[in-house]
Design a protein around this ligand. Sequence first.
Ligand code: FES
Ligand code: FES
Length: 185
Amino acid sequence: MKKKNRDEEGASQGVATAEKNVSLTVNGKRHELLVGKDVNPEHTLAHTLRETLGYTGTKIACDHGSCGACTVLMDGEAVLSCMTLTVECDGKNITTIEGLENAKTRELHPLQQAFIDNTAFQCGFCTPGIILSAKAMLDKNPSPTEEEIKQELAGHYCRCGSQYLVIKAILALVGKGGDLSERAI
Ligand code: FES
Ligand code: FES
Protein backbone atom coordinates (compact mmCIF):
# COMPACT_ATOMS: atom_id res chain seq x y z
CA MET A 1 0.00 0.00 0.00
CA LYS A 2 1.28 3.44 -0.94
CA LYS A 3 1.36 5.71 2.10
CA LYS A 4 1.13 9.47 1.84
CA ASN A 5 1.92 12.04 4.44
CA ARG A 6 -0.93 14.47 5.01
CA ASP A 7 1.64 17.18 5.71
CA GLU A 8 3.50 16.68 2.46
CA GLU A 9 2.80 19.83 0.55
CA GLY A 10 1.17 19.05 -2.75
CA ALA A 11 2.87 21.83 -4.60
CA SER A 12 3.09 19.76 -7.74
CA GLN A 13 0.40 18.38 -10.03
CA GLY A 14 -3.20 17.83 -9.07
CA VAL A 15 -3.42 20.48 -6.34
CA ALA A 16 -6.43 22.74 -6.45
CA THR A 17 -6.07 26.32 -5.28
CA ALA A 18 -8.76 28.60 -3.86
CA GLU A 19 -9.42 29.78 -7.41
CA LYS A 20 -9.63 26.29 -8.81
CA ASN A 21 -12.25 23.66 -8.12
CA VAL A 22 -11.40 20.07 -7.38
CA SER A 23 -12.57 17.71 -10.07
CA LEU A 24 -12.85 14.17 -8.75
CA THR A 25 -14.03 11.13 -10.64
CA VAL A 26 -15.34 8.60 -8.15
CA ASN A 27 -16.38 5.17 -9.43
CA GLY A 28 -16.74 6.64 -12.90
CA LYS A 29 -18.86 9.61 -11.83
CA ARG A 30 -17.39 13.08 -12.03
CA HIS A 31 -17.79 15.50 -9.12
CA GLU A 32 -16.88 19.18 -9.22
CA LEU A 33 -16.11 20.48 -5.73
CA LEU A 34 -15.83 24.15 -4.97
CA VAL A 35 -12.89 24.95 -2.72
CA GLY A 36 -14.15 26.91 0.29
CA LYS A 37 -17.69 25.59 -0.13
CA ASP A 38 -17.76 21.85 -0.84
CA VAL A 39 -14.24 21.22 0.32
CA ASN A 40 -11.92 23.03 2.70
CA PRO A 41 -8.14 22.90 2.30
CA GLU A 42 -7.82 20.74 5.41
CA HIS A 43 -10.40 18.16 4.33
CA THR A 44 -9.06 14.70 3.75
CA LEU A 45 -10.16 12.56 0.86
CA ALA A 46 -11.72 10.16 3.40
CA HIS A 47 -13.82 13.00 4.81
CA THR A 48 -14.88 14.23 1.37
CA LEU A 49 -15.80 10.76 0.16
CA ARG A 50 -17.90 9.99 3.20
CA GLU A 51 -19.33 13.31 4.35
CA THR A 52 -19.59 15.31 1.14
CA LEU A 53 -20.16 12.68 -1.52
CA GLY A 54 -21.81 9.90 0.50
CA TYR A 55 -19.41 7.05 -0.31
CA THR A 56 -19.64 5.66 3.20
CA GLY A 57 -18.13 2.32 2.20
CA THR A 58 -14.81 4.03 2.85
CA LYS A 59 -14.16 3.64 6.57
CA ILE A 60 -12.23 5.86 8.96
CA ALA A 61 -10.76 4.14 11.98
CA CYS A 62 -7.45 5.55 13.26
CA ASP A 63 -7.56 8.64 10.97
CA HIS A 64 -3.78 8.80 11.27
CA GLY A 65 -2.42 6.50 8.60
CA SER A 66 -1.87 3.48 10.79
CA CYS A 67 -4.63 0.95 10.12
CA GLY A 68 -5.46 0.87 6.39
CA ALA A 69 -9.24 1.01 6.89
CA CYS A 70 -9.61 4.11 4.72
CA THR A 71 -7.77 2.68 1.70
CA VAL A 72 -9.16 3.61 -1.71
CA LEU A 73 -7.69 3.39 -5.20
CA MET A 74 -6.35 6.55 -6.77
CA ASP A 75 -5.51 6.09 -10.44
CA GLY A 76 -5.23 2.39 -9.65
CA GLU A 77 -2.88 2.76 -6.66
CA ALA A 78 -3.97 1.95 -3.11
CA VAL A 79 -3.73 5.10 -0.99
CA LEU A 80 -4.72 6.02 2.54
CA SER A 81 -7.55 8.48 2.07
CA CYS A 82 -7.22 9.75 5.66
CA MET A 83 -3.70 10.93 4.83
CA THR A 84 -4.57 12.51 1.49
CA LEU A 85 -5.88 16.04 1.21
CA THR A 86 -8.79 16.41 -1.19
CA VAL A 87 -7.27 19.51 -2.75
CA GLU A 88 -4.34 17.32 -3.83
CA CYS A 89 -6.67 15.07 -5.81
CA ASP A 90 -7.76 17.35 -8.63
CA GLY A 91 -8.21 15.34 -11.81
CA LYS A 92 -7.79 11.98 -10.08
CA ASN A 93 -9.78 8.81 -10.59
CA ILE A 94 -10.90 7.31 -7.31
CA THR A 95 -12.36 3.86 -6.76
CA THR A 96 -14.14 3.08 -3.52
CA ILE A 97 -15.61 -0.25 -2.46
CA GLU A 98 -18.95 0.84 -3.96
CA GLY A 99 -17.27 0.96 -7.37
CA LEU A 100 -16.22 -2.68 -7.48
CA GLU A 101 -19.56 -4.27 -8.29
CA ASN A 102 -20.50 -4.72 -11.94
CA ALA A 103 -22.34 -1.52 -12.85
CA LYS A 104 -24.69 -3.31 -15.26
CA THR A 105 -25.45 -6.58 -13.51
CA ARG A 106 -24.89 -5.33 -9.93
CA GLU A 107 -22.93 -8.51 -9.28
CA LEU A 108 -20.17 -8.33 -6.73
CA HIS A 109 -16.57 -8.23 -7.87
CA PRO A 110 -15.01 -11.72 -7.72
CA LEU A 111 -12.75 -10.50 -4.94
CA GLN A 112 -15.74 -9.44 -2.86
CA GLN A 113 -17.38 -12.79 -3.55
CA ALA A 114 -14.20 -14.64 -2.56
CA PHE A 115 -14.20 -12.83 0.79
CA ILE A 116 -17.81 -13.88 1.37
CA ASP A 117 -17.18 -17.46 0.24
CA ASN A 118 -14.22 -17.76 2.61
CA THR A 119 -15.70 -15.81 5.53
CA ALA A 120 -12.71 -13.49 5.33
CA PHE A 121 -14.04 -10.92 7.78
CA GLN A 122 -16.00 -10.60 10.97
CA CYS A 123 -16.92 -7.01 11.71
CA GLY A 124 -16.24 -5.97 8.12
CA PHE A 125 -15.08 -2.49 9.09
CA CYS A 126 -11.56 -3.03 7.76
CA THR A 127 -12.71 -5.18 4.82
CA PRO A 128 -13.28 -2.45 2.18
CA GLY A 129 -9.70 -1.23 2.56
CA ILE A 130 -8.26 -4.73 2.48
CA ILE A 131 -10.25 -5.62 -0.64
CA LEU A 132 -9.12 -2.47 -2.43
CA SER A 133 -5.46 -3.10 -1.56
CA ALA A 134 -5.89 -6.68 -2.77
CA LYS A 135 -7.39 -5.41 -6.03
CA ALA A 136 -4.46 -3.03 -6.60
CA MET A 137 -2.11 -5.95 -5.99
CA LEU A 138 -3.96 -8.36 -8.29
CA ASP A 139 -4.18 -5.79 -11.08
CA LYS A 140 -0.38 -5.73 -11.13
CA ASN A 141 0.31 -9.28 -10.07
CA PRO A 142 -2.55 -11.67 -10.95
CA SER A 143 -0.88 -14.66 -9.34
CA PRO A 144 0.72 -13.58 -6.05
CA THR A 145 2.34 -15.97 -3.64
CA GLU A 146 1.21 -16.20 -0.04
CA GLU A 147 4.28 -14.18 0.95
CA GLU A 148 3.51 -11.45 -1.59
CA ILE A 149 -0.07 -11.20 -0.32
CA LYS A 150 1.18 -10.84 3.25
CA GLN A 151 3.63 -8.10 2.23
CA GLU A 152 1.03 -6.18 0.26
CA LEU A 153 -1.54 -6.29 3.05
CA ALA A 154 0.88 -5.73 5.91
CA GLY A 155 -0.41 -2.19 6.48
CA HIS A 156 -3.93 -3.38 7.29
CA TYR A 157 -4.90 -4.11 10.85
CA CYS A 158 -7.79 -6.47 11.36
CA ARG A 159 -8.43 -6.89 15.05
CA CYS A 160 -10.72 -9.89 14.83
CA GLY A 161 -8.19 -12.43 13.60
CA SER A 162 -9.55 -12.92 10.10
CA GLN A 163 -6.17 -12.31 8.50
CA TYR A 164 -5.49 -15.92 7.58
CA LEU A 165 -8.94 -16.15 5.98
CA VAL A 166 -8.13 -13.04 3.91
CA ILE A 167 -5.07 -14.84 2.54
CA LYS A 168 -7.16 -17.95 1.98
CA ALA A 169 -9.77 -15.96 0.03
CA ILE A 170 -7.20 -14.35 -2.24
CA LEU A 171 -5.32 -17.59 -2.87
CA ALA A 172 -8.62 -19.32 -3.65
CA LEU A 173 -9.49 -16.58 -6.12
CA VAL A 174 -6.19 -16.83 -7.98
CA GLY A 175 -6.51 -20.60 -8.15
CA LYS A 176 -3.79 -21.52 -5.71
CA GLY A 177 -6.08 -23.06 -3.17
CA GLY A 178 -6.70 -21.59 0.22
CA ASP A 179 -6.09 -24.44 2.58
CA LEU A 180 -4.11 -22.49 5.15
CA SER A 181 -3.65 -23.14 8.79
CA GLU A 182 -4.33 -20.30 11.18
CA ARG A 183 -1.36 -18.20 10.15
CA ALA A 184 -1.71 -14.44 10.43
CA ILE A 185 -0.60 -11.78 7.97
S1 FES B 1 -8.24 5.42 8.98
FE1 FES B 1 -6.72 5.85 7.49
S2 FES B 1 -5.09 4.53 8.02
FE2 FES B 1 -6.54 4.26 9.62
S1 FES C 1 -12.96 -7.62 9.87
FE1 FES C 1 -13.01 -5.97 11.23
S2 FES C 1 -11.56 -6.37 12.75
FE2 FES C 1 -11.44 -7.98 11.36
